[in-house]
Design a protein around this ligand. Structure first.
Ligand SMILES: [Zn+2]
Length: 261
């Protein structure tokens, strides 16, 4: 990923996503907003105990980077599942219920989601000018939300998975993500080679889950050939991102946006 900045708002962009004028994207950080600790400063979620006025101001700042505001982007209520919705500009300013994946091929449509350790999933189909944005933590990964997004794009737009450009954004890495029996069992059920995703076992018998790699494998299994990884761990980099795990739940949510011009 490369770092960028506009109007005092820092953001990251994937190298593989083309600057062709048809697709725009940004992964925001926690910097550049007005919220106070523990939500300092660019918290984009009202689902945490931040001042709502500050969240709205932060949304104007963040979405303003790509010329939008909260009423001209499509939001989603994230539930750690694998349901995917196709949207149009008519969905701008609304919050889709119970969806962790959103896809569109409508010019002018902008998709956004919030994160604090779960992985942002970005998909771009240049041939059909279509995009998808997703949210996958261990549950979304075990339920194959990334694969469900690819299949939804194929069904809706005729997307060839092999032609997709995909990216996995900043999320909690295997360095920081110790997990217990529930996650171990889910990973063993969901993946063909689960022990390579359960690494760095501690002396007290707990492994670390490699969430970004699990999401990459979901994408590869769905036929995607090109996947860019952010390489950034949200729990290691609480200077840059909010981390639910590292900050013991007392934190905000950073945003990502993906849109068609
Ligand atoms: Zn880490």
């Amino acid at each position: 990923m490369k770092e960028n900045e506009k109007d005092g708002i820092p953001f990251f962009q994937f190298e593989m996503f083309p600057a062709n004028g048809r697709v725009q994207h940004a992964v925001f950080t926690r910097q550049g907003g007005v919220s106070l600790a523990p939500f300092a400063s660019l918290n984009l979620s009202v689902s945490v105990a931040d001042e709502k006025a500050n969240v709205y101001q932060n949304r104007r700042r963040a979405y303003g980077v790509v010329g939008r505001d909260t009423d001209s982007v499509v939001h989603a209520h994230l539930v750690h599942d694998s349901e995917v919705a196709q949207v149009t500009q008519a969905d701008n300013g609304t919050w889709l219920p119970h969806k962790d994946g959103i896809i569109t091929d409508e010019p002018g449509c902008a998709l956004t989601m919030n994160y604090a350790d779960c992985a942002p999933i970005f998909l771009y189909d240049a041939a059909h000018c279509a995009i998808g944005l997703g949210h996958a933590g261990w549950q979304g990964s075990a339920r194959d939300l990334p694969g469900a997004m690819v299949r939804a794009m194929t069904a809706a737009f005729g997307t060839d998975p092999a032609q997709l450009v995909a990216a996995v954004g900043p999320c909690i890495g295997p360095c920081c993500y110790e997990v217990g029996e529930v996650v171990i069992a889910a990973v063993r059920d969901a993946f063909a080679d689960p022990e390579t995703l359960l690494v760095g076992w501690s002396a007290h018998g707990r492994p670390h889950f490699d969430l970004p790699e699990a999401n990459r494998r979901n994408l590869l299994r769905a036929g995607v050939a090109q996947v860019e990884m952010s390489g950034l761990c949200t729990a290691c980099r609480t200077d840059l991102f909010f981390s639910h795990r590292a900050e013991k739940g007392k934190t905000g949510r950073f945003g990502a946006i993906l849109m068609l011009k």
